[in-house]
Design a protein. Sequence first.
Length: 84
Amino acid sequence: MTTRLVIDWVACEARGVCTELIPEIVTADPWGYPLPVTGERDPVVPRALIEHARTAVKECPRMALRLSHEREPASMRVDRTAED
């Protein structure tokens, strides 16, 4: 399962909480708005940073962040039941 950080650009007021809590995922643009470091609109949250991302979602003063969970496409899944 892939977790992505979704930013509501209309609600965001560039307060910078997310850029302080998860700098590995978002940095600030020249006006203070979050800018995903990967360039993706909805950046992938690495497993090691999921708790930090959850904190950023809870602490965002404008509630402009949420986490989205998506399943891997069937073609990308690893068959863990297959034996060598």
